[in-house]
Design a protein around this ligand. Structure first.
Ligand code: 5GP
Length: 128
């Protein structure tokens, strides 16, 4: 079910539990600001999630409330993951869902990185 991105942070969400080490993940990168791991239900040959270390529901929540060092560190981490997974040459797509229309499922900010094959159009068109 899609989450309300304006809701208060739920400390029991699955990514909070992964950050606390309560649930395993297939880690690909970690630093002081971010953790990156493989999506459990990949939608592309490479499908990695990058999450900030902090309690932020959405991109709006993160950019409004996170300290500058964390915002900078998080986005640098996204770039480093792409670099370290050698996705830059072939290309990749990043995506962050926020709120009901986007069908955000997990109420902890996460950036999806998709790669490994031609990814097709950016969106299934919703304009008739
Ligand atoms: P959203 O729709 O919120 O943007 O995407 C949530 C993503 O989290 C989905 O792609 C889903 O497959 C992934 N996901 C949900 N639960 C888990 C989990 O326990 N472990 C991992 N690695 N990914 C998860």
């Amino acid at each position: 079910m899609a989450v309300d991105a304006r809701a208060p942070y739920d400390t029991s969400n699955i990514f909070a539990r992964i950050l606390r080490g309560e649930i395993p993940c297939k880690k690909v990168y970690e630093d002081d600001f971010a953790l990156a791991f493989h999506d459990i239900n990949p939608q592309a040959p490479v499908h990695v999630l990058v999450i900030p270390k902090g309690e932020y529901v959405s991109m709006a929540d993160f950019t409004a409330k996170a300290p500058d060092t964390l915002v900078t560190g998080f986005f640098r981490a996204v770039g480093k993951v792409a670099e370290e997974l050698e996705l830059v040459e072939g290309g990749y797509r990043i995506l962050a869902n926020a709120g009901t229309n986007s069908h955000q499922e997990v109420p902890h900010l996460h950036v999806h990185i998709f790669a490994g094959a031609p990814l097709g159009p950016m969106l299934a068109s919703k304009i008739s």
